[in-house]
Ligand binder design. Structure first.
Ligand code: SF4
Length: 419
């Protein structure tokens, strides 16, 4: 396609507010780390952020930093530094790119936010192994480096039905963290503050769900690639009013798009589902490719992972435990397949793109026959793209492009979509 005729990614106006919010978030953390007040807690993406906020911590999410390293492609230069100290190129490239960046004394935050020269030093590091064990290794490296406590939750894996046994087990682990957090923060635990943080988190989750559900409309006002950007407040600000205010700005904009029949992908003719991690360093390329193919990536497991419908301010510990255990990533394959079936139905999906992410087996679901089972049972076709979240050595632009183009052509013939 000639450069002049290339379709443009449609901008979402609320993004301006989001950029400001993110800048404020990082400057606030930077100040706190320098002033040593408020205390800074590092937290995994589905760690107990609500409890940390209720105890007065500012919360920093290293996975968000990992995604920035990927999106800026700085990761390609920093991963080898972690490999050199014994962290294999085969393990989580968030971990390797983040530790590598630290060893090289670099951060994409410095390029994005003038005056910030380093990631915020933690006072405590809090993990939840619900997504993987790698987060524990990752946080432990920094905990050892700075002699700071590393505490967390050991999660159940392969969960079919979430039972009271699971909920009590995880709730007990969350409560058991309180004395250490009191010691570090110097603040007494207050159940009402926790209730409030959980309520705010639930509101944020509801609104984020509403954002994603706008993509069930045909044509969709939103793509998966948009959602990887606009999910940032749900990821790093859940449990605050700021995230709620942001989605209350974004949702009307998307609803106006729906009312005006403004498609995120002009001439949308096919609708796909993204299963697996984003390929951060190629988001724009992939978004443009699908735009050219008039194919909208309408939904994804990844963006849905910040929907926590179980959160309940009246029962904070147990509802956090339930929300963290209902997460897709810790469920059994039959549960995951049932969930995908619902997504296919809700979003009117024509096919699935599985991302086989080399260094993230936990967020890769195509290695044990799931794609074939879904094809047999639901007749839903799919492709598997080999790649990685951050390590672009595992991804071939040419191969992925050829695969995607062939898949879209095949789907278009199958559903009788216009060429
Ligand atoms: S889920 Fe995957 S990408 Fe995320 S921290 Fe674990 S291994 Fe890394």
């Amino acid at each position: 396609m000639a450069e002049a005729n290339k379709p443009e990614i449609k901008k979402i106006a609320a993004a301006k507010t989001m950029r400001k919010l993110m800048a404020d978030h990082f400057y606030e953390l930077d100040r706190a780390a320098k002033d040593r007040y408020p205390k800074v807690a590092w937290c995994t993406s589905v760690g107990p952020a609500e409890l940390l906020r209720a105890m007065g911590f500012l919360v920093y999410f290293p996975e968000n930093h990992g995604a920035m390293l990927g999106a800026t492609r700085m990761a390609s230069e920093t991963i080898p530094a972690a490999n050199a100290i014994g962290y294999s190129p085969d393990i989580c490239s968030y971990l390797t790119s983040d530790i590598g960046a630290f060893l090289q004394d670099r951060t994409p935050l410095s390029d994005a936010y003038k005056g910030i020269t380093a990631i915020p030093k933690p006072d405590v590091l809090v993990y939840n192994t619900n997504q993987c064990r790698e987060v524990l290794d990752w946080f432990s490296w920094y905990g050892t480096h700075w002699s700071k406590p590393v505490i967390g939750i050991e999660c159940y894996r392969g969960v079919s039905e979430v039972t009271d046994v699971h909920v009590e087990g995880i709730a007990g682990q969350i409560e058991a963290m309180v004395p250490t957090l009191e010691d570090v923060s110097g603040e007494k635990f207050d159940i009402d503050r926790l209730r409030e943080a959980v309520r705010l988190s639930r509101q944020c989750s509801n609104l984020w769900k509403e954002v994603l559900e706008t993509a069930a409309t045909t044509p969709s006002p939103l793509t998966f690639f948009d959602s990887t950007i606009h999910m940032a407040p749900a990821v790093v600000m859940r449990g605050t009013q700021l995230a709620i205010d942001y989605y209350n700005e974004l949702i009307p904009e998307l609803k106006t798009r729906i009312a005006d029949k403004v498609a995120a992908v002009e001439g949308e003719r096919l609708r796909l589902y993204w299963e697996g991690m984003p390929i951060w360093g190629r988001l724009r390329d992939l978004a443009t490719l699908f735009l050219e193919l008039r194919t909208c990536m309408v939904a994804s497991t990844y963006a849905n992972s910040w929907i926590f419908t179980a959160l309940d301010g009246d029962d904070p510990f147990r509802s956090m435990a339930r929300a963290y255990t209902e997460l897709f990533i810790v469920r059994s394959d039959p549960c995951k397949e049932k969930y995908l079936e619902e997504m296919i139905d809700t979003f009117g999906v024509d096919g699935i793109v599985f991302h086989d992410s080399k260094t993230c087996p936990s967020n890769t679901n195509c290695r044990y026959g799931m794609a074939q089972r879904l094809q047999e049972r639901l007749g839903i076709p799919s492709i598997t793209i080999a790649g990685d979240l951050n390590d672009l050595r595992c991804y071939s632009d040419e191969q992925a492009k050829t695969q995607i183009e062939a898949f879209v052509e095949q789907l278009a013939g199958r559903v009788g979509a216009p060429s």
